[in-house]
Structure formats: C-alpha cells, structure tokens
Design a binder for this molecule. Structure first.
Ligand code: S3P
Length: 264
C-alpha cells in the first residue's frame, strides 16, 4: 500500500493539472467569444451546446465515475457560460416595454443561455404584498402599486450580472428610470399592437388591460407611453416576427457596441 502522504501529493498534483486545464478551457471560451464578435457569427448557439453535451455523455459513458463526471461537467458548462456572460454583458440588463412584449420569456432564455441570475420585479411585488397584482390594484389602488414598484427597483440595485424583467409601467416614472440607470442597461422591447393583443388576450392578470383587449385601445395606450419608453431606452429591440433566440442575440450584441461608447 502507498503511504498516505504520497497519495495526497498525487491528489494535489491532479488539482494543479485540473486547474491548468480549466484555465486553458476558459481561455478558449473567451477566444470563441472574440471570434464570434469579430466575425458576426451568432453568439448564442443552443444547438452547439446540445452537441457538446452529447459528445461529453459519449466520452463519459462507461467511466467508473460517470455520474460524478457528468455532474462536474455540468458545473464547468455553467461556469463557462458565466465567463461568456461577463465578456458580453457588463452589469445588469433591465428589460422594459409594454405588457405582453415578451419581457419574461426573453428573461428566461437569457438567464439560461448566459447562466445569469434573473428577477421579475412584479414577482417581488406580489411576494411582498402577499397578494396578486389585480388585488393590489383593487384594494390599495394603482398609486400604491407604483410606490411598491419604485421601491423594488431601488432594492434591485444590489444585483450583479442579472436580467431584470420590469413591469410594463416601470419606466413611466422618471425617478424609476434614474434608479434603473444606476445599475442596469435598459433594453426596451417593442411590438405592434396586434402582436401585443395576440399575447395578452387570454390573460386576466393585468389590471391596466381590463376592458381594453382590442387593438385600438392597446395602440392608444402605447402611444401615450411611447415617449417615456423611448426616453428610458439605452437599446431598442423590436420583437415582431422574431424568435426569442433572435431577440436575445440582438440584446447581447447591441449592448456590446453601446458599452464601448457607441450608440446602439
Ligand atoms: C403594468 C404591467 C404589468 C404589471 C402591472 C402594470 C403596466 O407587468 O406591472 O399589471 O402598467 O404596464 P407586465 O408588463 O409584465 O405585464
């Protein structure tokens, strides 16, 4: 039997080797990002991720530590995504825009693709109030909801590398825009009233749309809000006829230009 110290020395050597190889792997991830940025190749490639996972499973198959190995590689993949996210997104992304524009859906995919954290301002309001948004409006009125919203947006200043999905009315108060600007790049998602209607028509969770689920009323409300949305936006991404993946790709590529001092 080998003596304990010599086994431990070998473990330490393995750790050193793993560290070296992980650093090498992370450097490759950064190189891939630089390549994609320079050549305009899409940055988010879910199919590549799937291919890589399949290849890994094949590699690990039959290994005596197969499950453990795959677990480790899950973490490595997550950490690689974080490295990638840091190269692409500096700080938080605040998604704003009219109800039904797709903020939550985009938030979910961005979180998954870049292993970022994510938060929904409305969800925090509902948690804090212990009741639905409809009930907050009915029991306490819209002004109370808006005050809660302002406080939540301030509290989100503690977030880092987080996608923040804001309620559709969040940037109607200039003070909220100031708050968001302090910790986030503000991405305005837009869509036509027709697209909005098709997305909100079967949902009764939005008090502002009660009795207004028709193109004319939605268009009228959008027109009133438009100046506030435009004033708030660092980046504007139209979502009509685009897949969620395309929208996410636009979001992460356009702030890159913006972050380097060019207007997007
Ligand atoms: C609102 C939008 C809602 C929610 C509340 C008020 C608005 O969020 O904050 O019902 O005034 O636009 P979503 O945009 O996520 O629906």
């Amino acid at each position: 039997m080998r003596d304990l110290e010599s086994i431990r020395r070998e473990v330490a050597e393995c750790d050193q080797e793993i560290l070296r190889q992980l650093e090498r792997r992370m450097n490759c991830v950064n190189e891939i990002i630089d390549y994609k940025k320079a050549t305009g190749v899409p940055i988010l490639q879910p199919n590549q991720e799937k291919r890589q996972q399949k290849a890994l499973r094949a590699l690990a198959a039959g290994n005596q530590y197969e499950d453990e190995m795959l677990n480790i590689f899950e973490s490595i993949t997550e950490m690689s995504k974080k490295v990638q996210a840091k190269a692409l997104v500096h700080g938080n992304i605040a998604l704003v825009g009219f109800m039904g524009v797709g903020k939550s859906t985009v938030c979910t995919l961005l979180k998954q693709m870049l292993a970022m954290d994510s938060v929904e301002s409305d969800e925090i309001i509902v948690q804090r109030a212990g009741m639905s948004i409809n009930d907050i409006f009915d029991h306490y009125g819209e002004a109370h909801f808006r005050d809660m919203e302002s406080q939540v947006l301030k509290d989100l200043g503690v977030c880092h590398q987080t996608v923040i999905s804001c309620g559709g009315g969040a940037v109607l108060r200039p003070q909220n825009v100031e708050t968001l600007r302090q910790h986030s790049r503000i991405v305005l998602l837009t869509a036509s009233p027709e697209t909005i209607l098709s997305r909100v028509k079967d949902n009764d969770d939005r008090p502002k749309l009660r009795g207004k689920k028709n193109v004319r009323d939605i268009a009228a409300m959008m027109a009133v809000r438009e100046p506030a949305y435009m004033a708030a936006a660092d980046v504007i991404v139209n979502t009509d006829n685009k897949s969620v993946l395309q929208i996410c790709e636009e979001i992460i590529t356009r702030p890159i230009a913006f972050g380097k001092g060019q207007n997007a």
